[in-house]
Ligand binder design. Sequence first.
Ligand code: NAD
Length: 340
Amino acid sequence: MVVRVAVNGFGTIGKRVADAVRRQPDLELVGVAKTRPSFEAEIAARRGYPLYVAGGGKVEEFRAAGLSVAGEFPELLKQVDVVVDCAPDKVGRENAKLYQEHHLRAIFQGGEKADVAEHSFNALANYGECLGAERLRVVSCNTTGLARAGSVLLPRWGVERWDATIVRRAADPAEVNKGPINGILPTFKLPSHHGPDVQTIYPNLAIHTAAVVVPTTLMHVHVNQVRLKQTPADAEEVVKAFASTRRFRIFQRWERVDGTPQVMEYARDRGGARPDIMENVLWRDGLHVEGPQVTFFQAIHQESIVIPENIDAIRAMFRLAPDAASSMAITDRTLGLSPD
Ligand code: NAD
């Protein structure tokens, strides 16, 4: 079976989801939808993605820019089995009504509240629970990173209490209208929304999060302090558990990766379709174990970490793969993530 996919919203996440769908043997990208002409629309056309106009956009505006348009968004919806909604925060909820009218399955992103879908999704954490679902929400970049780490810690040692400080990037690289460009802004919502969001996946996890925004576009960093229920033998045992799990990349000291600038340089150098790093990034020197207490840093590439999860969410929905391991094996191979 090949599942026919539409991507609505062609920004940071949407263009990456579309490219990723194109690489899957069991998915077909039928078209992408945009509201306004832009260089991204021109690139979509160059890649051969049929372009539809959504969100009150005007076909004539695209045509005036010399862009060929396949039609209006509802015409795309008639041709597909599922739509991956990658519109800005809260717009997905509005779009949900349209998808329902078309009796279409839909995948939403982390900018929507959890009740937009039947389940919040993370491949390592709850693929099995999401099999056959009609609407899934792929949780945000930070929540995806925390949920993946939880899938390593929880089954092995249990978690008594997890405190995480999220050092958030101010903006994505292309977002010139966001800040700060000089300053550190505490988020005066405590706990930050990340902890409750992780609990949409692990309802019983005692996780407490706080966030600060810093002037960078190069990834988020989490400072995690986790009290485990059972004491690991040593730090190596914890490192091995992360290293043997898909979607983790652990840098060793000799690799000379001091922080997020070198992580992104590594992503550029290793090649692949985009200079992205979809894995959780840990450092061997940035993981410390003292009795049941584990402290570790992890860096999250906000623009790309959720992309493999969007693909796995489609597979879970249509039961294209029976379990997370088999879906992730295909996704990771086709997207060039760290090998087994
Ligand atoms: P974005 O602003 O980069 O892209 C959104 C795109 O949707 C734009 O091209 C915009 O023109 C288009 N759009 C606007 N209104 C629309 C409508 N009514 N219908 C269809 N398209 C419309 O946003 P993004 O960063 O890609 O975020 C998309 C979703 O992914 C949000 O829920 C966000 O919270 C989530 N997310 C973002 C990141 C990130 O760091 N960028 C990470 C994880 C999850």
